[in-house]
Design a protein around this ligand. Sequence first.
Ligand code: ADQ
Length: 464
Amino acid sequence: MSRLVVISNRVAPIREGKVAAGGLAVGVYDALRQNGGIWFGWNGEVGQNPETACESAGNITYVTLGLSKPDYNEYYRGFSNATLWPIFHYRIDLARYSRAEYLGYRRVNAMLAEKLKPLLRPDDILWVHDYHLIPFAAACRQLGIGNRIGFFLHIPFPTTEVLTTVPPHRDLFQTLCDYDLIGFQTESDRMAFQDYVCRELDGLIGTDGSLTACGRNFRAGVYPIGVMPDEIRRLADSYRGRRPMIGRTAEGKLRKTLISVDRLDYSKGLVERFLAYEQLLEHYPEHRRNVELIQIAPTSRTDVKTYQAIRKQLETVAGHVNGRLADLDWMPLHYLNKSLERRTLMGLFRTANVGLVTPLRDGMNLVAKEYVAAQNPADPGVLVLSRFAGAAHELGAALIVNPYDCLGMAEAMDRALRMPLEERKERYEDMMRALRAADLDAWRDNFLRDLRTFGRHRVVTASC
Ligand code: ADQ
């Protein structure tokens, strides 16, 4: 079987099979272990010459390189995280555009393709991940690399009206046509992409479902990323840490807990969630002193301005909720900027009565799936899930909410806290069926099967 070469923005070599977080890293690591191959990308260091370093572990070779300060500022901090990330999450108001940053983004993609080229064999299959690397295949084609190349977008693909706010949108998004297969989390994302291709790139849909645009013929498909439910259940079962002091009264009596876990990002809807929780305590006073919300939100992208602003805003709102409602023996909201070990996290999911996953926009949201998989089947908790998370397409048995409707979210929290065991079990079983039908193995296997099966990308006419 041909070798797999994975290209992702950030690569952290995995030693002795110890994968830190879920999702992408686990899925990709397993795929590489099965076939052997290369994992290529940025090592997370800034201010270095972009010289590649190799490190092998088993049949995986990690090839990583540092970024210079201007490359980091323009490619990563600038165009990727201050232009594409907000726009793809429908936050045009938070996006900024600089032509210099866009050129830096294109320059880094071209540099990465050049660094990878000498390592490639003609029958290698390339799998590129996420919005940092949209023009990577085009940069490869320019260097004469004719290998099969697939792209998976982890975040939402917005509608054409939103996408066209990216000033160089045609110049950038036409480069997606250089991939053989483009994978999305949901059918809505795939349809938005198809709409963009047809309306902005004069693309055509073939009778075989393929797309033709910019002189290329290629495919787009839906591959929802999943979790490994049995592995998560085992971790939750094996968690022997003490149940945290959170969720207990001074006499040791248990209080009901709601849990939320997100990277600290404005797309995750944390402010709206805190305000909805305040409404819960205001409109349903019987929950006062009887519930606690645990919000775990490790900081991310701390050198991007909008992330500094959302952090400040959250601290204010958390302080406001606690200041207004807390008592000497009850803290309604626990807000922690911490990363936790995976086993601890799964243990916390197991003990929480409600999983609160209410992003304003999210490609998938693995936390929603992890929360469900970590439950005790005999006494499962309830998932409250935003309709704007990709996961809502599969987990229709959750209590689906609109995160812009503060009171509606408070009502759903109240319903979740009171839900009878029979209903909780029915919903849980329904969601577990969905998790098993589209687990992490299925995500990876289906994408790679299609990438191997569908024809090599074809140049049909001169490009646009
Ligand atoms: P993220 O935006 O990072 O991912 P998510 O899907 O929720 O969001 O994945 C986060 C992962 O990190 C989960 O496995 C979670 O358990 C873990 N994690 C979060 N907080 C943690 C903490 N405090 N301590 C330890 N672990 C923590 C992007 C897209 C998503 C998409 C994924 C995968 O934005 O929409 O679901 O990629 O495709």
